[in-house]
Design a protein around this ligand. Structure first.
Ligand code: C2O
Ligand code: CU
Length: 489
């Protein structure tokens, strides 16, 4: 109903129209896959590992000889990969060399709200912000990106994003590929639009947000990578502003998922496709045969997105892309078989739930409202477990992300979640008409003054205010900012 009118208006503006995009088999994959460098660090006298990042403007050639204006951390586009060990204290000196304020948020990190890098921790041009915290969570593929209120889409689309890997003893004891850039590859997937001569277009706007008709992977169009190892680990990050992908292998072999947003699954899960909405990650393993060339692709379908036409077309849910080509050497370093069980996951602690809250997504609103910077929507008591019910009551898909915690999914539409949703998550695709029951445990860092965010990770939705704030307080404490009058049980 709404859809038809919007589809017409949308087609009329001549951008990414409802005509499905398909680049499968259309492109030669002849650019070597860039691998973001590992962020350098020093160790301060008190043992804190210190990293630094500088947000700056530069130019990037997405087509040879054609410069595009982009932003990056320590370079012209994207940023270095931060690698931290569980248990260590880290500090990141974030310098802003742009001519406008930005922030850096550590997506998926459990840390004090004042270090979170949300819209309350703006870094002005010329300033340096130095958050520090103890890394206390499982080995996982996290990431970092700006979070200035109303400007996040633009800052991320210009290139401000990077990976943040946490390592720990549990993961290190498993026979998994973990040589960064060799058999353990960061794969940052973003869509982009280019002019005919190959300049990045920043203005590709659609109903769902900014959508491009091409992909860039680690900042390169149509990349390939040579592999010398039989077993390869890809850390897939959907760092796109609005697009959801359904990644799979072109020859139809299963895509084997070993980890989700917040850490390892109990066992590898073999899927036809792994669906990632903006902000989500998955670690997958692939066993190569000597000499083969294998493409990772994404074939979204309305079913995978839970959408009906024309909403599906407007959200890219009819689009298909080649993503990355792996080229195996004639001789491959053999890899051991993986243990059947990777780790034990704790039970989903539904019995411990002290408070249940409902988040109703409709239009660009959550619970009928939009983001107010000076207003706390939810007050959570530290050391309690909560159930957050996320209901998508609208027609559009959303991507629901919660700061500070990794949660578990107790149910999707009243049924237990499939195996790939059984582990730690911080972001989920919320399909229209669906209901998600999340179990979250809030620990540490009680601070009545500083809120964390929950929001839609379709960045235009976030920028339009599809975001709310929660504080974690000590028992009996109140949030400093105005609280919602909403009563929770
Ligand atoms: Cu990845 Cu609040 O963001
Ligand atoms: Cu949304």
């Amino acid at each position: 109903v709404v859809g038809a009118g919007v589809a017409l208006a949308f087609a009329g503006c001549g951008l990414v129209g409802p005509t499905p995009v398909s680049t499968i088999g259309e492109v030669d994959f002849d650019t070597p896959l860039p691998v973001p460098p590992i962020a350098e660090s020093t160790v301060a006298a008190d043992g804190t590992r210190v990293f630094s990042l500088e947000a700056r403007a530069g130019t990037t050639e997405f087509a040879p000889g054609v410069p595009s204006e982009t932003w990056g951390f320590d370079g012209a586009h994207l940023g270095p990969t931060i690698i931290a060990e569980r248990g260590e204290r880290i500090r990141v000196d974030v310098a802003n060399a742009l001519d406008e304020p930005t922030t850096v948020h550590w997506h998926g990190m459990h840390l004090p709200a004042a270090m979170d890098g949300g819209p309350h921790q703006m870094v002005d041009p010329g300033e340096t912000w130095s958050p520090e915290w103890e890394v206390d969570q499982e080995a996982a593929t996290l990431w970092y990106h700006p979070h200035p209120h109303g400007e996040t889409e633009q800052h991320v689309a210009r290139g401000l994003a990077g990976m943040l890997l946490v390592r720990d003893d549990v993961e290190a004891a498993l026979p998994l590929p973990r040589e960064y850039g060799v058999d353990d590859l960061p794969v940052i997937v973003q869509d982009a639009a280019f002019t005919d001569d190959g300049r990045l277009e920043s203005s590709a706007r659609g109903f769902a947000g900014r959508m491009g008709d091409e992909l860039v992977v680690n900042g390169a169009r149509a990349p390939f990578t040579d592999v010398d190892d039989e077993l390869v680990r890809l850390r897939l990050l959907n760092a796109s502003t609005a697009r959801t992908y359904a990644f799979g292998w072109e020859d139809g072999r299963t895509i084997d998922v070993i980890a989700t947003d917040g850490g390892l699954l109990e066992a590898s899960v073999a899927l036809d496709r792994v669906v990632l909405s903006p902000g989500e990650r998955a670690e997958v393993l692939v066993r190569m045969t000597p000499g083969e060339e294998l493409r990772l692709h994404s074939v979204m379908t309305p079913e995978a997105a839970g959408l009906k036409p024309p909403i599906a077309a407007m959200n890219g849910a009819t689009d298909a892309f080649d993503v990355l080509e792996l080229r195996a050497a004639e001789t491959l370093d053999p890899a051991p078989d993986l243990p059947e069980r990777l780790r034990e996951l704790p039970e989903v602690a539904e019995g411990d739930v002290a408070t249940t809250r409902t988040f109703r997504l409709d239009g660009f609103e959550i619970n009928g409202g939009t983001m107010r910077m000076d207003h706390v929507d939810e007050t959570v008591t530290v050391d309690t477990t909560e159930r957050w019910i996320v209901e998508n009551a609208g027609e559009m898909p959303h991507s629901f992300h919660v700061h500070d915690v990794q949660f578990r999914i107790a149910a999707i539409d009243a049924a237990p979640p499939p195996a790939e949703f059984a582990g730690w998550k911080d972001t989920i695709l919320a399909r229209p008409g669906s209901r998600y029951e999340l179990i979250l445990r809030f620990e540490d860092h009680a601070d009545p003054d500083t809120p964390y965010m929950y929001h839609c990770h379709l960045l235009q939705h976030e920028d339009q205010g599809m975001m709310g704030q929660f504080v974690v307080v000590a028992p009996g404490q109140r949030a400093t900012m105005t609280e919602e009058t909403n009563d929770h049980d």
